[in-house]
Design a protein around this ligand. Structure first.
Ligand code: PGA
Length: 249
């Protein structure tokens, strides 16, 4: 069974609600495809206008974060029910920027993973090593730990529909894409890790993206790799280039 590609934009802290609608209107015709799932993960305040602007297109709207409690005294947080009610289908969890600047840990990512599944939101769980870890030769050890902790308590049925984004930290926003070989090697390692936690069928079903300076020039070779099922795209998702990335074939 061939896995369906999933190409997601991660807007980060960019685009006001007005700009979000403009960007979606610009990109809508450019990202039209039947061959892949196309997701725009947008800032929380952009979600409602983005869902409205994307209506009638193939664009699905995702969030960039979510809290793991149902509701209550958590000032500033967004609950899973708020996201589903607004029309959100996906949520990015454990992005390296959240781990670095907002004290996100694999344990909190795990709680969010479980909560997202409970609400029928598909998590895009990010993992990835620092340059130091790569140089120390512990890339796969570190990523296996992120994946194993992140997926604790996740059933195999849930894992089969999850998305993992492999994003080497040194390649994010640096213009320095991992080589195709490096990206494929780690994505394959993540799939093997999923096979070990669950079974081969789950590993064959789960979708694994590469992220880190993906652009229209690098996407075709990356996405053609056997274990790379699409991309999580930052900077290039804010430009017409995203249309070329989505239609990489
Ligand atoms: P980038 O960001 O494409 O700008 O490197 C990717 C990401 O952080 O998801």
């Amino acid at each position: 069974m061939a896995r369906r590609k999933i190409i997601a934009g991660n807007w980060k802290m960019n685009m006001t609600p007005t700009e979000a609608v403009e960007l979606i209107n610009t990109l809508k015709p450019l990202v039209a495809t039947e061959d892949a799932d196309v997701v725009f993960c947008v800032p929380a305040i952009d979600i409602i206008p983005a869902v409205e602007a994307a209506k009638g297109s193939n664009i699905q709207i995702g969030a960039e974060n979510m809290y793991f409690e149902e509701k209550g005294a958590y000032t500033g947080e967004i609950s899973p029910a708020m996201l589903t009610d607004a029309g959100v289908k996906y949520v990015v969890l454990g992005h390296s920027e959240r781990r670095e600047y907002f004290a996100e840990t694999s344990e909190t990512v795990n709680k969010k993973m479980l909560k997202a599944f409970e609400h029928g939101i598909t998590p895009i769980m990010c993992c990835g090593e620092t340059l130091t870890q790569r140089e120390q030769g512990v890339t796969m050890d570190f990523i296996r730990q992120q994946v194993k902790v992140g997926f604790q308590g996740v059933t195999k049925e849930q894992a089969a529909v999850a998305v993992i984004a492999y994003e080497p930290i040194w390649a994010i926003g640096t213009g320095k894409t991992a080589t195709t070989e490096q990206a494929q090697e780690v994505c394959k390692g993540i799939r093997e890790c999923i096979a070990q936690i669950y079974d081969q069928a789950t590993a064959d079903a789960i979708r694994i993206q590469y992220g880190g300076s993906v652009n229209a020039a690098t996407a075709p070779e990356l996405f053609a790799q056997p274990d790379i099922d699409g991309g999580l795209v930052g900077g290039a998702a804010l430009k017409p280039d995203f249309g070329k990335i989505v239609n990489w074939k």
